[in-house]
Design a protein around this ligand. Structure first.
Ligand code: SF4
Length: 379
């Protein structure tokens, strides 16, 4: 039986011709995984996502050459586009003329111009967004929380929520209300917890939901579904992204999975999972993007899944990440981590780097490390 979901009374935020929040239907987004400077491939990826039903597409931009490519990609599509300002928030003034939304991560603002107060940096981004008719996403990631907040709060979830709330207050103080917030993690239960906490404090702010590094289908879709079910059925969430590790040509799966989940929630069809879901071997992997350092990443993630199948019953987390931007940090919390370089893969045990191994040799090294962990568990 269809259920009427009472959504939180969020503000309406315009992103190009799309409205997020207010009384608008939940907006579905994705991200191009191709190299941004490969204009033909990225334009094709944007078309593919549009054909699959994407409302907004994000593109990674890290350099002036990426910005030039972005301008060209912009000319080829009317779809609202968004970009991530990673550590370089000043890139905002170069990309804003070509996009409809700027995403910044409060946990990355301290990297450059360390003496400049954070509110000044936010003011620069807001002013730039205003001048170029862009919305903003304050994108908090549990793997890169603002260190000031981690010092202030013992509880990591409180630090995450406080960081998001602080940035809402800075933007509100500047008179800039055209923003949404996201609070993401690879653990779906943490995603539910932090989004609930945030929504209690700021029910007026539209939320972008997602489980980051959810991994490969079907598990990646199930984890995301569980988070969305818990939040959206309670009225929390205005736009969503399903992050899946799939080949570039299959990226439309992120959109179809999101639409299926939303349709099921709307119809009152909820997925039940066995109580043991989430126990045992947990492989998390990023959805890849323009920054991926070697196109063998997706294949590597799939191979990791295959060669570690024998360890299903052990509570071990393996993280597979595509690049140096998020790879080193996002693998810290995993028992074993792999992050891709151009010619070699960095293998880690917790925060410790074991070494750099060629794409052909890393899997056997991974198995050795996995066996060593299993042996300690058997003691
Ligand atoms: S880890 Fe790197 S390649 Fe993967 S999605 Fe994040 S930025 Fe992109």
């Amino acid at each position: 039986m269809a259920m009427k979901i009472k959504r939180n009374p969020t503000r309406s935020v315009r992103v190009g011709a799309i409205q997020i929040g207010g009384d608008a239907p939940i907006v579905v987004q994705s991200m191009a995984a191709t190299k941004t400077q490969d204009i033909a491939a990225t334009s094709r990826q944007v078309r593919l996502l549009e054909q699959a039903g994407a409302d907004i597409v994000r593109i990674a931009v890290d350099s002036k050459k990426d910005v030039e490519a972005l301008a060209e990609i912009r000319r080829g599509t009317d779809l609202p586009l968004s970009v991530d300002l990673q550590e370089n928030y000043r890139l905002a003034s170069l990309v804003a003329p070509h996009v409809d939304k700027l995403r910044y991560n409060p946990g990355h603002l301290h990297h450059h111009e360390k003496d400049k107060p954070i509110p000044e940096k936010v003011a620069f981004i807001a002013r730039t967004a205003q001048e170029h008719d862009c919305a903003i996403r304050v994108g908090v990631n549990c793997g890169s929380v603002d260190p000031r907040m981690l010092e202030r709060y013992e509880d990591q979830q409180q630090a995450i929520v406080a960081s998001a709330v602080e940035h809402c207050e800075i933007l509100d103080g500047l008179g800039f209300e055209r923003y949404v917030v996201s609070l993401k993690d690879s653990d779906w239960q943490k995603v539910v917890a932090v989004n609930r906490l945030f929504a209690e404090q700021r029910p007026d702010v539209p939320l972008h939901l997602g489980v980051t590094e959810a991994g490969m289908p079907p598990d990646g879709v199930i984890k995301t579904r569980l988070a969305f079910e818990q939040l959206i059925s309670q009225g929390v969430g205005d736009t969503v992204r399903v992050s899946l590790t799939v080949p570039f040509d299959d990226k439309g799966e992120e959109i179809t999975a999101a639409r299926d989940i939303l349709r099921d929630i709307e119809a009152g069809r909820f997925r039940s999972v066995p109580p043991s879901f989430g126990e045992g071997l947990n492989i998390i992997s990023c959805p890849s993007c323009s920054r991926v350092e070697n196109n063998r990443f997706v294949e590597l993630a799939q191979e990791v899944k295959l060669v570690t199948e024998y360890a299903q019953q052990y509570d071990i987390t393996i993280a597979v990440m595509g690049c140096r931007v998020n790879g080193p940090g996002e693998t810290d919390d995993a028992d074993l981590g792999l992050w891709c370089g151009p010619a070699a893969v960095n293998l880690k045990r917790g925060e410790e780097t074991i070494g750099y191994f060629g794409y052909d040799e890393v899997l056997s090294r991974l198995k050795d490390e996995l066996d060593a962990i299993i042996a300690t568990r058997a003691d």
